[in-house]
Each structure stands twice: as C-alpha cells, then as structure tokens.
Design a protein around this ligand. Structure first.
Ligand SMILES: C[S@@+](CC[C@H](N)C(=O)[O-])C[C@H]1O[C@@H](n2cnc3c(N)ncnc32)[C@H](O)[C@@H]1O
Length: 337
C-alpha cells in the first residue's frame, strides 16, 4: 500500500518501504509455527467444531496459550477460532465491523438485513467468548444499529453488566435523520467473580459550583488551571476524542478506536500482566494500549498492512508510553491536553 502525502503538521502514522519490509519479517516471526501447533492443550472453545466444519482448510492446529502472549495474529478470525484454546484471556475487547458498508482497505464489509447481521454475529461470538476465562470481562463495541443484536446474543453467553454510551464528535449530519454521534460498548462478564478497579478510572472534572465547608474546599482541589474534582466514571462518556490527523496515535484505519477509550476498559477490568484478547484488531489500538499499561495482548487482524501499523505503534510505545487524555493515573476532560 502506498502512503499518501502528508502536510508537515500531520502526525498520522506512516511506513517507509524499508520499515514495511522489516516489520513484515517481525510479523511473520510472530505467526504460530507448525511446531507450536503441536502443543495442543485444553478443549477447543465451544462452537469451534461447527466453525471448523465450515472452514475445512483452517491453516492452524489448536494453539497453546503461551504461544499467544504478545502476538498480533495476521489471520481470518473465522479460520483461526477453532484453533484457539478455551479460557486463555482475562479480558476480551471486541470491535467488530458494524452493520454498515465499510471498506477496510480492500476488504469490504457490506451492510445486511438486521436478522442476517444477527446470524453473522451468532456464528463467531460464542467462539470468541469461549476464549475468555471464568471471571473475565468482555466489552463489545457497536453503534445503535447493531446494539440490539449485540445485547440479545451476548445475553445468551455472558452476564450483561452495563452499556456504556460514548459521544464521538465526528459524524456526518443527515438531512432527514438525527446525526449519529454516539456509540455503545456493552460490558459483560463470564460468571460472577469479576475484577473491577474503579479507582483506576477516576475522572477529573472541572468544578462549576465550588462548595466549601468551614472555609475549605469540599471534595475538590484548587490547581493552576482551575478547580477540579475526581469523580466516579459513569456509563456516559463525553471526554473522548476520536483520533485525527494531529494526534500521534492516528493511522489511516477507517474506524480506529481512541487509546483513551481502550485504556479505560483495560484499567477497570484487568490487572497488570493480564492477557487482553482483541479478535478484530484493526490498527492495533488494544495491543498498543495494553503494552503501555503493562498488560499482555493477543490480537487477530486479517489485513496485513494494519498488522504492520500495529507493530510500528508497538515500537513507538517503547519510547513513549503516554496515552492522550490520561495523566498521573487520572482521566482528563476532552481536549484537556
Ligand atoms: C471496527 S475495525 C477495528 C478497529 C480497531 N479497534 C482499531 O482501533 O483500529 C474491525 C477490523 O476487523 C477486521 N476484520 C474484519 N473481518 C475480519 C476477520 N474475519 N478476521 C480478522 N479480522 C477481520 C477489519 O479488517 C477491521 O480492521
């Protein structure tokens, strides 16, 4: 793929031909070898048998969990799923193609009738959820159109805990409809004994009515930029900026998620060292954010170029672990930096 010309201040990630060749070698070395495929362990995820029949030419034998740590797997998820072991992930973040026409650089996803999309979802979601450990958390991202199908299918296999709605300020106005600028993230757990660290995802908000008790600030601090309070995060997120050209995390991926959004999910629902699984990895936001936050990852993406972008982002993360909008263990308001 050729990289488009960029304006000087445009920070969108680019790959030179030399980088592309070097990273392609790194990516190939990350793919499971035939030797590793012989280390079969544990049962295959439920639902895998049917998928296996549907994909008789699946390229891999079932993999051992230790061969999945910190891997970007450049595969078609539906071929790979029968080869993934059950219960290897502590946290699963799923950002599948929504029910929209979308061109993922050559691979087109076509909008379907609602019931066909629900059937497509039912073909892989059980297998993906079977990759999660007992007590793992699962987040499933979508828009209003696929949200209903997500709730119905998720409820069959996991305990639904909440639905987060986040405001994405990017979006086209419509002449005969309301402009769509929100998305949902379904939060579910496998069973009851799940981990949730609310202290890790506290939100810094500007205080509009600074109340004092005995002359002293009540639950807020005076800072150089004004008065702020730390609040518990709600299920309505209005502090997220969608990646754009002047942000260093930006790539040319058409539906890239912000690192700040993924950071909230990882910090709330995993511990350092845990394994985060993302079956539709795109530009690698989950892998990169997991690395920045000291978690391991396993991601799957069918587009080779996207995997190379993810690898370059991982290399950049070695030198710069910062996440825009997250500072000193606290999430800042939108555009606060
Ligand atoms: C909504 S995007 C994910 C974006 C990602 N969260 C990010 O931040 O870049 C969905 C991704 O799934 C990939 N995809 C679609 N079908 C796939 C399949 N069968 N196997 C693997 N990847 C697939 C697409 O190429 C696309 O990059």
């Amino acid at each position: 793929m050729t990289t488009p010309e960029r304006a000087p201040r445009n920070k969108t990630l680019t790959l030179t031909d030399t980088e592309r060749r070097r990273l392609a070698l790194v990516l190939d070395a990350m793919q499971p070898s035939t030797q590793e495929t012989h280390h079969l362990q544990g049962p295959a995820p439920a639902g895998a048998e049917e998928a296996e029949t549907a994909h008789e030419n699946a390229p891999l034998e079932r993999l051992a969990p230790e061969h999945l740590y910190d891997r970007i797997l450049n595969h078609d998820l539906f071929c790979l799923l029968p080869r993934l072991p059950a219960g290897f992930a502590d946290l699963v973040i799923i950002d599948p193609p929504y029910n929209l026409d979308k061109d993922f650089h050559g691979s087109r996803f076509r909008a379907m009738k609602g019931e066909d999309y629900a059937g497509w979802l039912a073909g892989w979601l059980p297998g993906v959820l079977a990759c999660a450990k007992e007590g793992a958390s699962v987040y499933l991202c979508g828009d209003w159109k696929c949200s209903g199908a997500f709730e119905a299918e998720l409820a069959k296999h996991a305990v639904i805990r909440n639905r987060i709605t986040w405001q994405r300020e990017k979006g086209r106005g419509a002449a005969r409809n309301w402009k769509n600028c929100s998305e949902d993230i379904w939060f579910a757990t496998i069973g009851e004994g799940y981990h949730f660290d609310v202290e890790a995802v506290m939100q810094r908000r500007r205080v509009l009515a600074p109340y004092r008790q005995d002359g002293l600030p009540k639950d807020w601090q005076e800072e150089a930029e004004g008065r702020f309070r730390l609040t518990h995060p709600s299920n309505l997120w209005d502090d997220i900026t969608v990646p754009y050209w002047s942000m260093s995390e930006n790539t040319d991926h058409p539906t890239q998620k912000p690192e700040k959004l993924i950071a909230k999910l990882i910090l709330a629902s995993s511990r350092p060292g845990d394994l985060v699984f993302d079956p539709f990895a795109g530009s690698g936001t989950t892998a990169v954010t997991a690395r920045k936050l000291g978690r391991r990852f396993c991601t799957v993406e069918q587009n080779r170029e996207y995997c190379l972008w993810a690898l370059k982002r991982l290399e950049l993360a070695e030198a710069d672990r910062s996440i825009q909008g997250y500072k000193n263990g606290v999430f800042l308001g939108r555009n606060a930096e």
